[in-house]
Design a protein around this ligand. Sequence first.
Ligand SMILES: Cc1cc2nc3c(=O)[nH]c(=O)nc-3n(C[C@H](O)[C@H](O)[C@H](O)COP(=O)(O)OP(=O)(O)OC[C@H]3O[C@@H](n4cnc5c(N)ncnc54)[C@H](O)[C@@H]3O)c2cc1C
Length: 405
Amino acid sequence: MARIAIIGGGASGLTASIYASKNHKVTIFERNNVCGKKITITGNGKCNYWNEDQELKHYHSHTPEALKSFFDTSIQKEVETFFNNLGIFPKIKNGYYYPYSMQATSIRNALVKKALSNNVKILYDFLVEEIEKENDIFIINPKKEHLVFDKVVLACGSMAAKKTGSDGIGYELAKSFGHKIVKPEPTLVQLVSNTTFLKDWHGVRCESVVSLHIEDKLFCQEKGEIQLTDYGVSGICIFNISRYVKENLHAKKKILLHINFLPEFQNSSSKELANWLDKRAENLKGYSLEEMLEGILPYKLLFVVLKEAHRKKEEHWLSLKEEEKINLIQKIKDFTIPIIDTLDFEHAQACSGGVSLQEIDMNTMESKQIKNLYILGELLDVDGDCGGYNLGFAWMSGIKCGKNL
Ligand SMILES: Cc1cc2nc3c(=O)[nH]c(=O)nc-3n(C[C@H](O)[C@H](O)[C@H](O)COP(=O)(O)OP(=O)(O)OC[C@H]3O[C@@H](n4cnc5c(N)ncnc54)[C@H](O)[C@@H]3O)c2cc1C
């Protein structure tokens, strides 16, 4: 029976503790006075903990090839069994898993209850600042408490939402063992622009197709609801493309966001849309541009679009010249704003970057450099799309590690 220290009582640490405690003496070190603070704020307090679509494309890393060996159907099945055994009955919406209670605390409480019933010791309000390895043993906080263990699991999370306890100290602990850190950047985060009309469209929510262009080339595209704000844009589809922004801005690349406010017409040409609007205008004889477009675009957005197309709201569609029509259509189906930043780590749901996967055995989560040191969850250079993938990786890495321990 080995003495195992798990640094961090979040999603991945609690999971690893439940598996490892079947055979070992496990202690969790948690700096907060509760475990799983971050779990309780996930999914707007509902916790989208898993997704039935576990295609590799939903997970990202700077070493993507290392992820290939991580995923197999057995680990995915194991996650569902794990939650069944915790007593969590899923509510599945379009493949997105939530606890039936729709309360994230149910997940946190079930994990802590299981860990405690397996005799896992949880030391609350305990910040691990330093770990030393001497021969075959690890010493936690050698200059203070000086606690001795046979194996250590780093499950400290990333730098996203620091207020929940993950402030980046995990990177320092991993670095102290010689691990390489790929620079962490905020991801699943809002995008910032510097155009002049942001205050005018603030508060609008609408369906759209958003396309991220880097150096004028289409890089990625998402469809869904976006929120137009006084700093830029937000929403799940924005979050999913945000991971590419910081790195490219650091490389001084030009980033533009193209927004199609008529996603149903994504495949229609400007000419086809002009014909459609011609027919609409004939039907709505005498209507001004404002009146004609009111049934198509949210009011605040309509004025921004007209202003950017240099059109007056009193004008009439049928009296516009052909190129003026096309210009207005461009503003509706290809509205373009520069992206100059993301919001910070405090607003981010996750981090891209982290401990490089090159130095981790992805079947056991053990460090390839330091025997008996394990690294899990968001501390690693893995981030997932919105939709239960980040917690998904935390559970899966926790299970792999816990079983191996
Ligand atoms: C607002 C928000 C919403 C989210 N919604 C979702 C969602 O719906 N679905 C989804 O899949 N993902 C979601 N995520 C992401 C998900 O919560 C994280 O990816 C996941 O919690 C990471 O698990 P982890 O165990 O790696 O780290 P964490 O859950 O961050 O746990 C790390 C723990 O370690 C502790 N700790 C850190 N350093 C030390 C130390 N030195 N000593 C002692 N303790 C330490 C921290 O206090 C913390 O409790 C969301 C994130 C945020 C911020």
